[in-house]
Write a protein that binds this ligand. Sequence first.
Ligand SMILES: *Cc1c(COP(=O)(O)O)cnc(C)c1O
Length: 385
Amino acid sequence: MKIPYGRQDINQEDIDAVIKVLKSDFLTQGPEILNFEKNIASKVGAKYASAVCNATSALHLALAALDIKKGDLVWTSSTSFVASSNCALYLGADVDFVDIDSDTFNMTPKSLQSKIQEYLDSGKTLPKAIIPVHMAGQSCQMKEISEIVKPHNIKIIEDASHAIGGKYRDQMVGSCEYSDMAVFSFHPVKIVTTAEGGMITTNNEEWYRKIMDLRTHGITRDPNKLNRTNMGSWYYEQLELGYNYRITDMQAALGNSQLNRLDDFIKRRHQIAEKYDKGINSKFIKTPIRLEETYSAFHLYIIQLNENCTQSHTEAYNYLRENGVLVNLHYYPIHMQPYYQNLGFKEGLCPNSEAYYKKSISIPMFPTIKEEEIEYVIEKINSIH
Ligand SMILES: *Cc1c(COP(=O)(O)O)cnc(C)c1O
C-alpha cells in the first residue's frame, strides 16, 4: 500500500472541460479566465478576483499593488512555504517573521501584538504589510489581527493557499472582510487544482486594476490611461514594468470544473478529519485542534508527537513511510533555510515554529482516499510508541 499525503481529484468533466478549450479559439487570454475569476469572486464573496499562473506570482503582485519596495518591511509566518516571504524579497523589501501559536500553527493576535511591542520598544519601524498564513486550511483570527494592525496603518494580505472553501466567522476565506487582499494556490496538492495557478481577491478596485496591468507586462489599452491619443486601434502602452504572470484558458477551465465540486471536497475532507480525530487515540499523538470561529478547508491534517513518545520524530516519520503511509512535513521554518540564514536570520527567532517542526507530521488527506486506507493510516499511527 502506498498512500500519498495529498492528491488531486480529476474526473471526466474536468477532462472534457480542458479538451473543449483545446478545440476552441483561445488557449490563453480567452473567456474561461474571466469566468474563473467571476466564479471565485462570487464563491468567496469578494468584489474582484485576478487569476495568475501560481500563488507565488499572486503574492508578488499583491505586494506590488501595495507599492512595497526597497526599504519597506513585510512580516509573515515562518511556518509556511517559502513563497510567503520570498514575495517581499522579489520587491527588494525586507522580511521578518512572527512566531506561530503551538496549537493552531498560525500567527495569532498575541504573537503579532508581542512582535509589534518588541519593534516599538527598540524604536524600529513597523512593517508596511503582514501576510498571515492560514496553515493547513484553518483561518487565522483575522478580526483581532485587523484590529491590532489598523492603528499602525499596516496592510494585510492573507496567504490562503491552503484555505479555499474554508470559512471564518461565517464568511468564506477570501472575502477580505478583515484584510486587503487574499491569495489562493491551485497546485495539485491544494484543495482545487489548475495544475499551476493562483488567484488574488480584493474589494479594492485600484489594487485590482494595478494587478491586472502588472499581470501582463504593465501594458494597457485603456483609453483613459494612454499618454498618446489617435494612435490607432492596435495601439497599447507600457506604463510600468510588469510581468507575464498569466494563467491559460485550459487551466482556468479545469479550475471552473473543479470549483463545481469545492463544497464536496471540503465536506469529504471534514469526514476524513473526523475519522482521524476518533481513530487516533494514542497517548503519544496529538491531533489538530479547531477554533470555534473557523471552518477549516483541511488542506492538511497535521499530527504531533507528544513528549512521552519514545520514538524520535525521524523514527516515527520513517516508520510511517516505510509502511507506505507517505507522510510529509509542512514546514521547515523559513528563517532556518540556508538562504535566509545567509540574510542573517538566526535559530531562536521563532521558538514555536522551531519546536513545531520537530514534532509535526502531515498525514494523508485528500478526497479520494479509500475507507480501508484511512483505517490503515490510523492503525499505523496508533502503533507509534
Ligand atoms: C503552495 C503554497 C504557496 C505557493 O503556491 P504556488 O501556487 O505553488 O506558487 C504559497 N504559500 C503557501 C502557504 C503554500 O502552501
